[in-house]
Each structure stands twice: as structure tokens, then as C-alpha cells.
Ligand binder design. Structure first.
Ligand code: G3H
Ligand code: ZN
Length: 293
């Protein structure tokens, strides 16, 4: 593997930014998805980020999620990094920082712009006083809230972040990473799941925001995005790409297939094998796309 061992997340992102590639960020709620993500990354020998939202980490446990990531680092000396995805309260951000997460996303995107700045600043102060090395990401612009199959585009989605908003937000908060709204959306419409429709991104706006913000940027809501748009978005300045709904769909289909194939089976590790394979397949193809030059 070409990856130098035990690089920090900041260093991994710097290298990705310089190479105009992105680091894939994948969410998990259980050991099946977690192990599938790790297996896909290790097969491709690529650094990877794993994330747990507030709901996901309520299910996995905050310290348990951190322990899983630590186990992979310790056993394989592997560049895997843990993100406290979409964190809405300072208490939850502090909990993740104390547990040893590498990044916290403080998500004030549903708040008015000034209030978002105010709360993000408070969150940064609290998080960095626990661990100054942790990266903090802030979000501006509304892209919806859930990694689910949704019936319609949520109200307010589609309004793009302006370069001026990005500059103001970064200057006022000093976030390490910025998540803007650039045509992306959390979740997938049924038409996206079937592949008839794809999410399209505003590449020019990404480049303009990157020039104004001058920090790492994350593309949220990756599921169902057009492959070419992904590549152009990464070239234009996106250094982290989040994918979740595609993983959840693969997981569910895999569980259903595992149950249907063996109606009398009761060993979870046998029933859940197709779910592992399905998630691994999604992650493999995404991670390869994000890392190709
Ligand atoms: O933070 C998680 C992501 O932004 C995932 O979005 O479910 O549309 O892939 P997605
Ligand atoms: Zn997101």
C-alpha cells in the first residue's frame, strides 16, 4: 500500500486535495456495514472515512463506534477516520470529541445564517478545547435531512450557497471543512433508486465557492449522483464525498435476500452475508470513482 501509515485526517485530505481526488465517507449503523466498508477500502488500498449521524451513533454507541475504528487502525495500521456526522447539539459534539472521533460536523444548516455562525463558533470552541487536532465541519444551505427514500424533494432544497456566504461563514467561524449546497440533496427519490433520474451538481458554483472559502469542502448527499458530476465536482474542489442512502438500500436488499435464501437459517453471520457483499459492492464502486484521476 502506498499510504504512509498513521497519517492524520488533515494530511490525508491535503494529499487528496492536491491530487484532485476525494476521500469517500460512508455511514454505518452496524457491524455488517462497517466491516463491508473496511473490506472495500482495504481491497482498493484507499483511505476511508466512516460516519455515524446522531441517530446512527445512538444505535451503535458513541464509544463503540470509536472502538471499531481504533481496532482497524491498531490491527492493520489503516488510514480509517471517524466522523460525527450531522451533529446538532454541542453536548453530542463534545461526547464525540471525548470518544476520539477525527471529525465532527456541526450541522446548523436548518438555522438562520447568523444563528448558524453563532452556534458553529460555540461548537468549535467546545470541540477544540477537548481535542485541538479534531477537524470541525460546518454546513450552509439546506439540502434536506434524511438518508432515506423520499417521496419528493424537500421544500427549500435547490437554493445554492453563494461564494459570498461561504467566505463570510468560513471567516466568521474558522471551520476546517465546509459543506455547501451545490445541487446536492440528502436521500433519494424512488426514480433515483430505479436509476431513471440522477442528482446533478452545479460544478461552476463548486469552483466559485472553493475559490472563496479556500478550505476543504465536503459533498453531502452523494447517493444517486451522476458519475461524471462526481468527478467534475471533485476536480472543482470537493475533497470528501458522503454516501449513505445507497448503503442503506444495499443493506436492506441484502438482508431480505439473506432471509429469503435460507428460510430456516438462524445464524446471523450466515443470514447477513449478502448484506455485507451488497454494501461492499456499493462502497467499492464509489471509492474507485472518487479516487480516479
Ligand atoms: O452525511 C451523509 C450524507 O450526506 C449522505 O447522503 O444519503 O444522500 O448519500 P445520501
Ligand atoms: Zn450529509
Amino acid at each position: 500500500m502506498e499510504i504512509e501509515l498513521m497519517m492524520s485526517l488533515r494530511d490525508v485530505l491535503k494529499r487528496a486535495e492536491a491530487n484532485k481526488v476525494a476521500v469517500g465517507h460512508f455511514n454505518f449503523s452496524d457491524l455488517v456495514a462497517f466491516n463491508a466498508i473496511v473490506a472495500a477500502a482495504r481491497d482498493k488500498e484507499l483511505p476511508v472515512m466512516v460516519g455515524v449521524s446522531e441517530g446512527e451513533r445512538e444505535f451503535t454507541g458513541v464509544c463503540q463506534a470509536a472502538a471499531l475504528v481504533k481496532a482497524i487502525r491498531d490491527e492493520y495500521n489503516y488510514p480509517i477516520f471517524l466522523n460525527a456526522d450531522h451533529t446538532h447539539s454541542i453536548a453530542h459534539a463534545e461526547e464525540a470529541a471525548k470518544a476520539g472521533f477525527d471529525e465532527v460536523i456541526f450541522d446548523g444548516s436548518a438555522l438562520p445564517f447568523d444563528e448558524n455562525i453563532k452556534q458553529t463558533r460555540r461548537a468549535i470552541e467546545a470541540i477544540k478545547s477537548i481535542n485541538p487536532a479534531i477537524l470541525v465541519e460546518g454546513e450552509i444551505g439546506w439540502i434536506g435531512a434524511s438518508s432515506a427514500v423520499i417521496e419528493k424533494v424537500p421544500e427549500g432544497v435547490g437554493v445554492l450557497t453563494t461564494p459570498e456566504e461561504a467566505r463570510q461563514f468560513v471567516d466568521a467561524t474558522k471551520v476546517d471543512v465546509l459543506a455547501p449546497a451545490v445541487g446536492n440533496m440528502h436521500g433519494m427519490l424512488a426514480s433515483m433508486v430505479h436509476g431513471d433520474v440522477q442528482k446533478r451538481l452545479n460544478i461552476d458554483r463548486i469552483a466559485e465557492i472553493k475559490a472563496a472559502a479556500k478550505i476543504f469542502m465536503t459533498l453531502h448527499g452523494g447517493s444517486g449522483t451522476n458519475d461524471d458530476d462526481f468527478k467534475r465536482a471533485i476536480k472543482a474542489g470537493m475533497t470528501i464525498v458522503h454516501v449513505n442512502t445507497e448503503i442503506r438500500i444495499a443493506w436492506r436488499r441484502g438482508v431480505e435476500a439473506g432471509l429469503a435464501a435460507e428460510p430456516n437459517e438462524v445464524a446471523p453471520y450466515k443470514i447477513l452475508k449478502p448484506a455485507f457483499e451488497a454494501v461492499k459492492k456499493v462502497v467499492s464502486s464509489r471509492i474507485e470513482l472518487f479516487s480516479s484521476k
